[in-house]
Design a protein around this ligand. Structure first.
Ligand code: SF4
Ligand code: SF4
Length: 80
């Protein structure tokens, strides 16, 4: 079983777009004012994190939809 951490983009995002081409599965899209990660598709890699100049990409607080018993520090979803 593999733990997968989903990420989210917080309000400090400046919509610079640098992260968009970094995601190998196109889980990042341009939202109304900030960019958004499709949590259901985000499956780690973390390629996007390194390029964000304002550290706006963080582990999702709500990433426990598939593993509700996990704490925020280990939040993620489990896949087999
Ligand atoms: S963590 Fe990985 S899968 Fe998720 S948005 Fe970033 S690059 Fe894409
Ligand atoms: S790199 Fe960071 S600031 Fe730029 S669009 Fe992505 S999340 Fe927003």
């Amino acid at each position: 079983m593999i733990q997968v951490v989903a990420y989210k983009i917080i309000s400090t995002c400046t919509a610079c777009g640098l992260c968009l081409p970094e995601c190998p599965i196109d889980a990042i899209v341009a939202g109304d004012s900030i960019y958004v990660i499709d949590r259901d598709n985000c499956c780690d890699f973390e390629d996007c994190l390194a390029v964000c100049p304002v550290n706006a990409i963080v582990p999702s607080d709500n990433a426990d939809a598939h593993a509700p018993a996990l704490s925020p520090a280990t939040s993620g979803r489990m896949i087999e």
